[in-house]
Write a protein that binds this ligand. Structure first.
Ligand SMILES: [Zn+2]
Length: 221
């Protein structure tokens, strides 16, 4: 899943308005932020399937238990939550960011073909395979995305123009990136595919910037 992970992070702002959206998105995307690094280091393996029937299936996730097994998602989630709590002392925020890390695995379990392990070393592979229908994937992710954005746009309001245009510019970027996945071909090699996934890291400062230029919307009495 792609924009669906961003959607749950946007929606989580409603529960923990004090937590930066950048932290929420980093949590929801943590497994996909670490994954390209492990692929480039040769620890996890992905293959390109040029003959895939739709764009969502172009990557064959051969081996990625350190980022994408259920057990490791929980381990990363606990680590992220403890780190966040140590830095901020905000217990509710820590619980939510930990849950967001694990939500990544759950959403991937819904979308991926059975290629996800429950723990490193365990043979069974799980995945409900929403990706086998491009139309169903776009419908589910699109609905999630709109719901998440609506929650964020209601929970926060811009302090200034950066808070408006930085946010909507980011939304436009995600829509264009999603459309280019649908329209684009496969990457020339797994390494190029992984290297381009590193762009996720560059988005974090952008998100932190526009989120700082927004503030919680006052609740009606
Ligand atoms: Zn993933």
């Amino acid at each position: 899943m792609f924009v669906g992970h961003f959607a749950v992070a946007f929606g989580a702002k409603k529960v923990v308005p004090r937590t930066s959206l950048a932290t929420l998105i980093a949590a929801a995307q943590l497994l996909d932020l670490i994954w390209p690094i492990l692929v480039l280091l040769g620890i996890e393996t992905v293959r390109i399937d040029a003959a895939a029937p739709n764009p969502f299936l172009k990557l064959r996730f051969v081996h990625y238990p350190w980022t994408h097994s259920l057990l490791m998602a929980i381990v990363w989630g606990i680590g992220f939550a403890l780190g966040y709590r140590a830095r901020t002392g905000y217990g509710r925020g820590a619980a939510v960011v930990g849950a967001l890390v694990v939500s990544h695995w759950v959403l991937d379990w819904i979308t991926h073909r059975p290629d996800l392990q429950l723990a490193p070393g365990l043979a069974p592979r799980v995945g409900l395979g929403l990706w086998t229908s491009a139309a169903a994937t776009i419908a589910v992710e699109g609905l999630l995305f709109v719901a998440g954005l609506a929650a964020y746009a209601r929970t926060t309001r811009p302090r200034d123009r950066a808070g408006t245009w930085g946010f909507w510019g980011f939304v436009a970027f995600l829509v264009v990136a999603y459309a280019s996945i649908l329209a684009g071909g496969e990457p020339p090699s797994p390494q190029v595919g992984a290297a381009s996934a590193l762009i996720g890291w560059a988005l974090i400062p952008w998100i932190a910037w526009f989120d700082r230029h927004r503030e919680p919307t006052p609740r009606p009495e």
